[in-house]
Design a protein around this ligand. Structure first.
Ligand code: AMP
Ligand code: MG
Length: 328
């Protein structure tokens, strides 16, 4: 049975984590599926619960910069970015510290670790009560749409996680930006909650990896979350829609296209921040309508690419990519 914990029960969440249990918790980006990152069994349980491939490493969450930097070898760029953006939606990939206590599977056997300090009061309270590194991918079955409410977590992982700490809806709504600082140049592995332009303002130019092509899923080893198909609802998704059929569900941005069977507007006032916060709820809502009404799929209107728009477009393109897993 999955326990639902209210914010005042944060100490219970921390206790369960210390006991090696799985606890979903809110962050400013999406809900995370947390476990003690030092505990091999607890880490294995995360992979099991999500059906996550073992080559895809987990992000480690900490309550403070000091604790986070104990597990890695930070450089000056990392320190600068941490001061500027933490707590917040930025994940840094850095060389693993030789004395790191983090289980090898959590890092998928790599010699780097991905770390962040989330910008969410309840998450920070929980992390500071546990005093241990908490591995936490998004709290949803692998490949699917990320959860931004406790109810979303339940939809995908009820009776699989031991508890869900309910902190209401997530304010940012898309995952953290993942930045690789383990090599010479900084490389953007995943666009996310901190726009890359803001990172470049701090540390100079950031490299963009060559996009992965369809059918090429294994080159994703540098950042396995860059698998082409990800964040996918069950329904087919098409992006950049400039017209919509009456047998389609519309994911609108700004003035909605006329004629769709059902519409979810990401942001009637065409604001990318609002759209990011409503993205995963919208995909879930439309997905249900497509299946109930027997529609063809979801048509997504174009979203401008600046700021959080880059993260939104990244998620939509992956949602629209050919699926390696069978559609159910
Ligand atoms: P998730 O937490 O499921 O939203 O995804 C975590 C993301 O961080 C994925 O894209 C992972 O591939 C990426 N990641 C985690 N650890 C590392 C690492 N050591 N090196 C590169 N990417 C990483
Ligand atoms: Mg995920």
């Amino acid at each position: 049975m999955t326990e639902i914990l209210q914010p005042l029960e944060v100490a219970r969440a921390a206790k369960l984590l210390r006991e090696g249990r799985l606890v979903a918790f809110p962050t400013e980006t999406v809900y995370g599926l947390g476990a003690d990152a030092r505990n091999a069994e607890a880490v294995a349980a995360i992979f099991e619960a999500k059906g996550r491939p073992h080559f895809n490493p987990l992000i480690l969450h900490f309550g403070s910069i000091r604790f986070a930097f104990r597990e890695v070898v930070p450089d000056e760029r990392a320190e600068r970015l941490a001061r500027k953006f933490w707590p917040g939606p930025l994940t840094l990939v850095l060389p693993r510290h030789p004395d790191s206590r983090v289980d090898l599977l959590a890092g998928a056997g790599l010699d780097t670790l991905a770390i962040r300090v989330p910008g969410h009061r309840l998450a920070l309270a929980m992390l500071n009560l546990t005093m241990i590194p908490i591995a936490a991918p998004s709290a949803n079955p692998s490949g699917g749409v990320s959860p931004t409410t406790a109810a979303h977590v339940r939809d995908g992982l009820d009776n699989v996680v031991d508890a869900i700490l309910d902190g209401g809806p997530c304010a940012v709504g898309v995952e953290s930006t993942v930045l690789d600082l383990s090599g010479g140049g900084a490389v953007l592995l995943r666009p996310g909650g901190v726009p890359v332009e803001e990172i470049e303002a701090e540390i100079g130019p950031v490299g963009r990896p060559v996009p992965i092509e369809a059918g090429e899923a294994t080159r994703s080893l540098r950042s396995p979350g860059m698998l082409l198909s990800h964040y996918a609802p069950d329904s087919p998704v098409r992006v950049g829609a400039t017209e919509v059929g009456e047998d389609e569900a519309l994911l609108a941005f700004g003035d909605p296209l006329p004629g769709a069977a059902v519409t979810w507007n990401l942001s009637p006032r065409a604001n990318v921040g609002e759209a990011a916060a409503r993205l995963f709820s919208g995909l879930r809502w439309l997905d249900l309508r497509v299946s109930r009404l027997g529609l063809k799929g979801i048509a997504a209107m174009p979203v401008p690419g600046g700021g959080l728009g880059a993260a939104i477009n990244d998620r939509l393109q992956r949602a629209a990519a050919p699926r390696p897993r069978p559609l159910v």
